[in-house]
Design a protein around this ligand. Sequence first.
Ligand code: PRE
Length: 336
Amino acid sequence: MALFSGCHLFVLSNYRQTNSFKPPHSHLYSKHLRSLNLDFAFHQKARNSNTIESGNTKNCAAPVANMNGFQPRCHLQYDLAHDTVSKYQVLHTNSRVCNEPRLRVAYQGIRGAYSESAAEKAYPNCETIACQHFHSTFQAVARRVADRAVIPIENSLGGSIHGNYDLLHRHNLHIIGEIQFAVSHCLLANNGVDLHDLKTVLSHPQALAQCEKSLTKLGLEGEAVANTAVAAKKVAAEMLRDTGALASSSAALLYGLNILASNVQDDSNNVTRFLVLAREPLTPATDTPFKTSIVFTLEDGSSALPDALSVFIWNQIKLLKVHIYIHTHTLTLLYI
Ligand SMILES: O=C(O)C(=O)C[C@]1(C(=O)O)C=C[C@@H](O)C=C1
């Protein structure tokens, strides 16, 4: 463990492993740097479960590697990233009349966004809470307006969603689960508009990236807006005739648009991995596979990175993803 003594370690958290994302990526993140007793519980048995939370908080795992006694020079650097945005904006809730209090799940966007569908996949009976920005979803949970936030973290075509890595670092929430969501984009337009009428297509930057080749083939210019559902709503509300939207079929239905083409993403296997965030952490159980995420900085020196990574290798801890995030020109964060 001595090899870690040259780094600043921030974060530890656990959630149950799902096994359907290809290539397998994993991170798990919590702002709570607890005691630095890092009990890694990696069970190799893959399970075909999409369940995102484990209720089992007893029975803590026998650690594969126990880092007790490991004393890195630890700085709670997330203080430097103190959240300055004081007001979150809740745009919409889908609350229905119901006696039971339902779990409130914050997502970025408006109704018809993929993030809303991901939230509903995670918690089928939840009350979804639409937030304008990703940071607003974190704040909604922190301020108890919502119980959970569901945020996209990476896509099989578009890669990592860097801004959300940064938000994980800035906010004091725990990752308690993940879900894989198959994203199938449609090209939407108003009634009476054909493909050859279109010049521009509005969508979320990730969605535009996922359909880049298809849009080039169709000779269409992409234009970024905050969300795929925002794109559909704008095309409909402004009755645009030379502009379409890349969004889901449910957005087409919600905003009264026609589907000119389906499955327009560049690869039919287009999967976005969403993280589920909560105020409280989840304790790993012994009988299920769990992922753990750590974020840390390294001291200068060419061997710092291989030295840190070798700790995992020596302890036979499977690394599913290493994400290097340049926070500022003097601070690089490693998410494992
Ligand atoms: O725009 C949406 O509908 C979203 O939910 C956002 C988002 C993203 O940020 O990646 C989610 C899933 C898809 O990968 C495309 C866009």
